[in-house]
Structures are given as C-alpha cells and as structure tokens.
Design a protein around this ligand. Structure first.
Ligand code: PEP
Ligand code: MG
Length: 593
C-alpha cells in the first residue's frame, strides 16, 4: 500500500531506495557491505559470537548465588532460548548471505524485524520479551566487537552502488556524532522521526549532501524494513511504496537535479562578485579535517566554522588531548593550503552531548533546559585545564597556516574577560615550552540576543564576529531548534530575528570589524539577497551550498538591494515583502513557512 509521511525538509534532492530501519541505539553499529568471498567468514563471526554469548550465559547460570531470586535463572533460560532460536541467528544469516550486510548490520536488521513482531503481540508477557531480545542482541554485538578487536577483522568494503538497490536509513533519531559516520556510507538518504531543521543531526545530514527529512514523527513505526521509499528532501515528503507513475515522476526530478548540479558546478572557480562589483567571501562549515577536501572542491576561500566539538563527542574514553587536537587542526589548516581556517572552541551541550560524564556534565545532563545550561563557552570556562589545552592546540596549528579562533555562545562581558585570560595563559605556556605559534584573530559568535544587543561592547574585544543564526533564532523566539513539535514556530523570517541580524552586521561594519553568518541562513538561497542588502559580505555554509548561493550573488546588485532593506525590515511579513522588494520570485515558495 502506498502512503505518505510528512516531515521537515533538511537536505535537498530526491532519494529513492529501500528502507533500512535502524534502532536509535544501534545507528553506531557498523553498516557496510561485504563481498561474496567474505560471506562465510562473516557467518563464522556471527557463530563465534553466539557461542561466546552462550558460554557467558552458561557461566552466569552456573555461578548464580543460592540466594538469587529464581526468576533470574528463568530469565537466563529465556535469553539462551532466544539466542538459539532460528528466527534470530538463523535468519540473520540471510541478511549476510543474500544482502551481503556485515554481521553486526545483519543482526540489527533482524532485530528490527523481530521487534516489530513483538510489538504487535496481544499477550503482554510475550510483548515484554522484546527487551530480552534486545539484551541478547546487545551481548552478541559486544561479543563481535571483542572478536573484531582480537582477530583484527577485515575492514569494511564500501560498495559502490553497482547493481544493488540503493538504501535509505529510517530511524527514530540519529545523534549528530553518529550521523557523521555515514559520510562514506551506503545510505543515499535519511528519515528520522524527531528533530528540527537546524538540529545538529539535520545540519550534519545537510553537510553529507544527501536528501533527508527529519521530524517525520511516526516514520520509523509506519515504514517497514525493505519498503520502497522516496525522500523528497525539498518538500519534506516521504512517499512509501510509490506507484510506478509516482516513481517515474521522482526519477525524472532526480535527473533534473543532477543536471542542475552539473550546471552549477561550472561556477566553482568563478569569483563571487555582485553585479555592482562587491566581492563576497564564501566560506565553509566543517565538522572534521577531512571535510577540507570538499571545501576546496566547492571553491570556498576558507573555513568559516570548524565545529571542533565533533572530535569530543561519542568517545567512549578520554577526551582528545592537546596533541591529538593539534594534529587534527593542523591537518585542516594544511589541507586548506594557506586559506583561513576558523576553529570554534568546543560547543557541546543541548543536542550535542558528550559521552564522558564529568561532574559538571552530569549536572548539565539533568538541567531542565539543556540549551540554556552548561554548554559551549560556559562548559569550557568550567573546565579551565581542558579549555587551555584546546587553546594551545589551536595556537600551535597557527604555525602551519592562517588560523582564526572563534568563541561560541558568549553573552556576558565577564565571559569575554575569562576567555581572554585563558588565551593569554595558553600563549604564555606555549612561549615557555618554546612551541611555535603566531598571533591569531579572535572572534565571537553572536548567537544569544544579549550579545547582539550589546554588540559595541563585544566588538571592543574582538577582531571579528560570526552570527550563529541557528541559535540566535532559538534564543530570540524561545523555540528549541531540535524539537519538531514547535518547528513551525522556528521562523528565521521573524522581524525580531531579522532586526538583530541587520543591527549586528551594520554595527560591526561601522566599527570596521569583520562580520559573517555561519548559521544555516547563510547557505539558504532564500536569504541571500536579504543578507546582501544588510551589508553582509562573508557567508559560511556547507560546501554543497556554495554554488547555488554564488549563483544568486552573481545576479544581485547589492546597492539596489540595500535601498529596499528598510521596507522589508519594517514589514509585518518580511518573507512576502522580501520577494516583492527584491524581485526574487522563488523566495516566497522556498521560504521556511
Ligand atoms: C549557530 O548557532 O548558528 C551555529 C552556527 O552554531 P551551531 O549550529 O553549531 O550551534
Ligand atoms: Mg550555535
């Protein structure tokens, strides 16, 4: 049966493929294809894991203390029974043999199939056995991880699309850090039940440049393993089991999008200059040093935002030390071949949690409003040793290219003072250790309304500012950017948001300080003319967005746009007013509304 699911469009284009349902807790399980010659070895790995878990459970039963409740032994019996049940390990082999999934992926896929069957059971006792099944699968996955570590398992084969059906990932949620590992993955699109348009999961999906829809509510419940799915990343629509006519329509759209991309890619080496000769700086946002390659390929003139926190997230053990960080920053700086790299200090918190829980983070995790809690610079200042370590690592990278330092989420002047003291101390330490570094420009993210409102006081301390519009919208409108339930109120066109952005750009320019936008608005062509009209000359976005933004810049006359800015800002409906004032026909239809 064909049906549609509606969500929020976060990454453009059309993806068509078979659904792979993945439980949120298991998205970090390795997903890769093996080739025919590896099938036997992979099934052996599964068998070895099953044997290991069987003996693990056997030992637990044997050593059960006499005073242990009898239910415990019965529970272990159930686990052993599930372990040997043909529907678990037996059926998992089918995913390995026929689909060529690696063993962990095959096991998770089979778990999804069985979990649904349990969910549909009438009998409550039986329904609750799903938790037991999940525990057994956890044990198997852990045993395989141990086995892989001992045996040095063969590396993943990332199969090119050759002949097989393309796959799209369907999950309730995917953590931003887990999303990153799909960079070179087998999936051609993503659907999640939760999340907002500028949640970090959506941001990473956008950086992968594959169609994605988030906030699709019931998607992971309604879509079945292996269903054919069309993801319309422009409209936020998911069509499940489309009719042949609908499918053909979407395939046609896919081809059109590819042609359009090929056409736009010709602009790669064209300088971004408006019709009236204003040179515009197009920078990229990256999450890891390897992204620098895509940045150069897209024709970016530097990195406007390196989200360093991704190096700190999803690490089972210690946080990265100074040397590890330094190597990563140096790699990014060297890869950019002399172009500037703006490294933002750790911005964890809210929807970017750390795995390792220090006392402070624990407190944070239990905060009522994590987005307003101990995050970003607040966290860094509460961990002074860690902060200085990061500052030293960033400073050391400056000996290898042009580095700029960016500080997230500042709101108080006292935070600026403490940040500058930490920086001075870090420099002193490097100087004493005779480590080379150069003087670097220091900038502040303007993403809290308080900072925008007292901008001149900020500008006295910084060389440049970068507008984090994702958070600025969140904090101005009191709307959680990651919450799909209020996503319709997360409105970048809100007059209050636009006024804060316009003021910030104007004041920074008046004080001769650099100003850029590195939030998602910078890469959204709906806002290109408006931001140019406000006087913005530096945009930072995902590499894949550069060509289309550049196209808009090449057709814009910044002086003429500026004349009409006041009308748009004074309007009750800036979105409509923007398309009327700037004559951009698409603005109204592409808008966030
Ligand atoms: C922002 O808030 O706009 C921003 C660029 O930072 P992040 O999305 O990482 O919070
Ligand atoms: Mg931010």
């Amino acid at each position: 049966m064909s049906f549609q699911v509606f969500g929020l469009p976060v990454s453009r284009g059309v993806a068509i493929g078979r659904a792979v349902l993945v439980a949120s807790s298991r998205v970090d399980v390795a997903h890769y294809f093996i080739d025919e010659t590896q099938v036997v070895a992979e099934i052996d790995r599964l068998r070895a894991a099953r044997d290991a878990v069987a003996s693990e459970l056997g030992v637990l039963q044997r050593d059960m203390p006499a005073e242990a409740p009898p239910e415990l032994s019965a529970l272990l019996d159930v686990h052993l029974m599930l372990l040997h049940d043909e529907t678990l390990t037996g059926a998992t082999k089918h995913w390995i043999r026929d689909r060529h999934y690696n063993a962990e992926w095959a096991l998770s896929a089979q778990l999804e199939v069985l979990a649904r069957q349990f969910d549909e059971m009438e009998d409550e006792y039986l329904r609750e056995r799903k938790a037991d099944l999940e525990q057994v699968v956890e044990r198997l996955l852990r045993a395989m991880a141990r086995g892989a570590a001992f045996a040095g398992a063969a590396g993943p084969v990332v199969r090119e699309s050759g002949g097989e059906d393309p796959l799209v990932l369907v999950a309730n949620d995917v953590a931003p850090a887990d999303m990153l590992q799909f960079k070179r993955s087998v999936f051609t699109g993503f659907i999640t039940d939760v999340g907002g348009k500028t949640s970090h999961t959506a941001i990473v999906a956008r950086s992968l440049d594959i169609p994605a829809v988030v906030g699709a509510r019931e998607a992971s419940r309604l879509i079945r393993q292996d269903d054919w799915v069309v993801i319309d990343g422009d409209a936020g629509i998911v069509v499940v089991n489309p009719s042949p006519i609908v499918l053909e329509e979407y395939r046609f759209r896919q081809r059109q999008i590819e042609l359009e991309r090929a056409r736009l890619s010709r602009l790669r080496h064209t300088p971004a200059v408006t019709l009236d000769g204003e040179r515009i700086e197009l920078l990229v946002n990256i999450e890891q040093p390897a992204d620098a390659i895509a940045a150069l390929e897209a024709g970016a003139v530097g990195v406007g935002l390196f989200r360093s926190e991704f190096m700190f997230m999803s690490r089972a053990g210690e946080l990265p030390g100074e040397d590890e960080q330094f190597e990563a920053y140096r790699a990014a700086v060297e890869a950019m071949k002399g172009l500037p790299v703006t490294i933002r200090t750790v911005d964890v918190g809210a929807d970017k949690p750390l795995d390792r829980m220090s006392i402070n983070e624990l407190r944070h995790a239990h905060a009522l409003n994590p987005a307003m809690g101990l995050r970003a610079i607040r966290w860094s200042l509460s961990e002074p040793a860690m902060f200085r370590q990061q500052l030293r690592a960033i400073l050391r990278a400056s000996a290898y290219g042009k580095v700029r330092l960016l500080v997230p989420m500042l709101a108080h002047l006292s935070e600026i003072k403490h940040t500058m003291e930490a920086l001075a101390r870090a420099k002193q330490q490097l100087y004493e250790a005779r480590r080379p570094f150069t003087e670097i420009e220091v900038g502040a993210m303007i993403e809290v309304p308080a900072a925008a409102l007292i901008l001149p006081a900020f500008l006295r301390h910084f060389d440049f500012v970068s507008l984090g519009t994702n958070d600025l919208i969140q904090y101005t409108l009191a709307i959680d950017r990651a919450d799909e339930a209020v996503a319709h109120l997360y409105d970048p066109w809100h007059p209050a948001v636009l006024q804060l952005i316009a003021r910030t750009i104007a004041q920074a320019r008046a004080m001769n300080k650099g100003v850029s936008v590195c939030g998602e608005m910078a890469g959204d062509t709906d806002f290109t003319e408006l931001l140019l009209a406000m006087g913005l000359r530096s945009f930072s976005m995902h590499p894949s967005q550069i060509a289309s933004v550049k196209q808009r810049i090449l057709l814009a006359d910044a002086r003429r746009l500026a004349v009409r800015l006041e009308t748009v800002l004074a309007s009750d409906d800036p979105c409509a007013s923007c398309s009327a004032a700037f004559g951009v026909v698409e603005s109204a239809t592409l808008s966030a509304r």
